[in-house]
Design a protein around this ligand. Structure first.
Ligand SMILES: [Fe+2]
Length: 297
């Protein structure tokens, strides 16, 4: 918990995902996924939310990613493969990815429970658990366009509750520590990263680390991000027990999709703010920031 309060991230040592599953997943399974023709992958997109099920490569961003929504539901994974591999789906993909999701969900639950216990709000566990939904995003990076910086994904904050990022073999995930150092996450690791939803729910106790992807070479790179976030209709609000004279309320209650829309309502605004290490959550719903006019952005 101390790591989440001070830095907002740590590496989890977790052996429950077998090396066979990881090798299969980061080998043939992801290769087959990203080998699906572009026009088929584009079928996945059908809403007006940013970063939908399929995020294609675009100028300045030489990576693509695919997301399984409601990832802990078997039917959701089945629907995902039915769209990508009609008419028979892809049982092997479902088996390997489903196994990974099952194990990594247990890890996420452990991490979230640890936070709840450390904050002394165990009574909130049940309602929190009912409010959480998961997504799994698989990303493939190609050689970065900027060969000088080698930055493949610019500095950002995660906006969900907890992200567990698996990178296999090489390095790339780089996290900015509180004392201003860029720290590479180790290869073959599970990085646990706190997001802004957890920061808000914990009334600012948990930190959110700025991070980016910086490639060490031009070889293809794959990562898998398992994320917990609040369901769309849920109001994100710190439990009463975490708000008192010593810890006044930091953020006003808000809904996750409303914040996502706010962040992406101006082209490039949010990335510029994150690059400046600005607190965009505070800009959106900070109790002290309500008169700064940014809520209307
Ligand atoms: Fe991230």
């Amino acid at each position: 918990m101390e790591a989440l309060e001070t830095q907002g991230f740590f590496e989890a040592v977790y052996d429950d995902v077998s090396s066979e599953t990881l090798e299969e997943l980061f080998g043939p399974v992801l290769k087959e996924l990203f080998g699906v023709p572009l026009d088929v992958k584009m079928i996945m997109n059908h809403s007006d939310m940013p970063y939908e099920a399929y995020a294609p490569r675009r100028p300045g961003c030489n990576f693509e990613s695919l997301k399984v929504d409601d990832a802990s539901s078997d039917s959701s994974l089945s629907n995902f493969v039915a769209l990508l591999w009609p008419p028979n789906g892809n049982p092997h993909f479902c088996e390997v990815v489903g196994t990974y999701i099952g194990k990594i969900r247990e890890l996420e639950t452990m991490m979230r429970m640890m936070v709840v216990e450390a904050l002394g709000v165990e009574k909130e566990w049940e309602s929190l658990e009912k409010s959480v939904v998961y997504e799994l995003r698989m990303t493939e990076y190609d050689a970065p366009e900027n060969q000088e910086t080698m930055v493949a994904m610019s500095t950002h904050l995660d906006i969900n509750i907890i992200t567990i990022l698996r990178q296999q073999k090489g390095q790339g995930l780089e996290i900015l520590t509180k004392d201003g150092k860029q720290l590479f996450a180790p290869p073959n690791s599970f990085s646990v990263i706190a997001g802004e939803s957890l920061k808000a729910w914990s009334n600012g106790r948990v930190s959110t680390p700025p991070h980016r992807v910086k490639m060490l070479n031009n070889e293809k790179r794959h990562t898998i991000q398992f994320r917990s976030h609040f369901k769309n209709g849920c109001i994100i609000q710190a439990p009463e027990k975490l708000v008192d004279q010593d810890y006044p309320q930091v953020y006003k209650p808000y809904k996750y999709p409303d914040y996502v829309k706010f962040l992406f309502s101006k082209d490039g605004w949010v990335l510029n703010k994150w690059a400046e290490n600005a607190d965009t959550l505070k800009a959106y719903c900070g109790v002290e920031g309500e008169n700064d006019g940014m809520m209307k952005a």
